[in-house]
Design a protein around this ligand. Structure first.
Ligand SMILES: Nc1nc2c(ncn2[C@@H]2O[C@H](COP(=O)(O)OP(=O)(O)OP(=O)(O)O)[C@@H](O)[C@H]2O)c(=O)[nH]1
Length: 395
């Protein structure tokens, strides 16, 4: 049987849907198994099924059954695609709510197709729901999207346009009354077979685009993160510090750098083992990070060496260091009921307008060296003239 142009279009859409389903599945397999990639893959499989069912219209003996199946499937795939976006953005996505909405929409299809036949309502139902769902997706992408912003905004724009097209289709259908005129049929078909497939393809491309940019963001993040402590690594610390420094220069704010180095850490490794040593590093870093404000920058810049660039002056830095040392003493780490003694030496240097963070690091490093030389478990403040003077010694 030869295909007419609409059937040829639907066949093309079956193939395109399968390609997108495959691409999302590959994204799931290759990009660290993000759950939403799998959900989108299922959504595109449902789309392929729906376009395939469209092709079978003349083969199904009961038109109403075919109509209800196609339109319920359409709502299900829209819900699945939207759920994928919510999962990606870590927003609550209750399955029970989805089941309820799907059941309601399917029941409405049965009512307006079989029990109280109304062509305007039954035709408007699926695009009307898709309009609401895609507008919602556009909003959450715009509102809750993580970096990078461009990918989010493109995806939000595509869903907004797709939602508007769906709304237009629903609006035209609602004008049908009991029987649509030829003009109304033509307008509806134009939206349904020209606009919709275009946005459907655009939606698939944005899904792949989001998966790709999310992966790039994750890799960038991994490159600047210390895998043991989850703090920035040296490279991440330098980058974040350079940004904070530039900001402080513009706003004429005070900055202070603190470098901390655990004392006799080798002994902890030797005595308790490397795993306990690792645990001690995590213990120290979480205690350090818990005393910082959101705008402060912290990082593990060496094996047992940490750095913090604080927005504030020396007295702010002293407060942070005093709190940290107090916690290390009062809430020590223990292994099998044995206390693991943990102390650190600190070098503090106040920013004096240096253009590069490296210059500040050198001054704080010298102060730290003096703290070590002074017996450890000590805080030394780098003097403005680059000489460092002992500030406080621990008992
Ligand atoms: N468990 C563990 N140990 C590490 C890690 N990175 C570095 N180290 C160890 O940290 C120890 C650092 O030793 P040293 O440089 O001699 O310093 P220290 O023993 O702390 O002595 P001082 O700094 O002079 O007080 C070495 O034994 C390293 O193997 C890590 O990620 N995990």
């Amino acid at each position: 049987m030869p295909l007419n142009s609409i059937q040829a279009l639907q066949l093309t859409l079956v193939v395109i849907s399968l390609l997108f389903a495959g691409a999302c599945f590959l994204g799931w397999r290759l990009f660290g198994r993000p759950k939403h990639a799998l959900i989108w893959s299922v959504a595109f499989l449902l789309a392929a099924l729906q376009y395939g069912l469209n092709l079978l219209r003349d083969e199904v003996p009961v038109y109403e059954a075919w109509w209800i199946a196609v339109n319920s499937l359409s709502c299900l795939l829209v819900m699945t695609a939207a759920a994928g976006h919510r999962v990606r953005l870590k927003l609550p996505t209750p399955l029970s709510m989805g089941v309820l909405v799907f059941a309601g929409l399917s029941a409405a299809q049965v009512v307006f197709t079989v029990l109280v036949p109304r062509i305007d309502i039954r035709v408007a139902l699926a695009p009307g729901f898709a309009c609401i769902a895609f507008m919602h997706v556009a909003w959450v992408l715009y509102r809750y999207g993580p970096e990078p912003r461009l990918a989010q905004q493109v995806a939000a724009g595509v869903h907004l346009l797709f939602g508007l097209a769906q709304g237009l289709a629903a609006g035209i259908a609602l004008q049908f009354g009991l029987e649509p005129s030829q003009g109304q049929r033509d307008a509806y078909n134009l939206v349904n077979f020209a606009l919709m497939p275009t946005f459907f393809v655009a939606m698939g491309i944005t899904a792949i685009f989001l998966l790709g940019t999310d992966l790039a963001t994750r890799l960038r993040q991994l490159a600047v993160t210390d895998s043991l402590t989850d703090l920035s690594n040296r490279r991440g610390f330098m980058q974040a510090s350079a940004r904070l420094l530039a900001q402080a220069q513009r706003r004429h704010q005070a900055l202070t750098l603190v470098i901390a180095d655990l004392d006799f850490f080798k002994r902890i490794n030797d005595r308790f083992g490397h795993a306990v040593g690792d645990h001690a590093l995590v213990h120290f870093s979480t205690t350090l990070a818990s005393g910082l404000r959101g705008e402060d920058v912290a990082g593990r810049i060496g094996g047992e060496e940490f750095a913090v660039l604080l927005r504030g002056d020396v007295s702010d830095a002293r407060r942070v260091v005093a709190r940290l040392r107090e916690i290390l003493v009062q809430q020590p780490m223990s292994v099998a009921e044995e206390v693991v003694p943990l102390s650190a030496s600190f070098g503090i240097a106040e920013w004096q307008g240096e253009a590069q963070i490296e210059a500040l690091l050198i001054r704080a490093d010298r102060a730290l060296y003096e703290a070590k030389a002074a017996g450890r478990d000590t805080v030394v403040l780098a003097s403005p003239g680059e000489a460092a003077g002992a500030m406080a010694a621990a008992s």
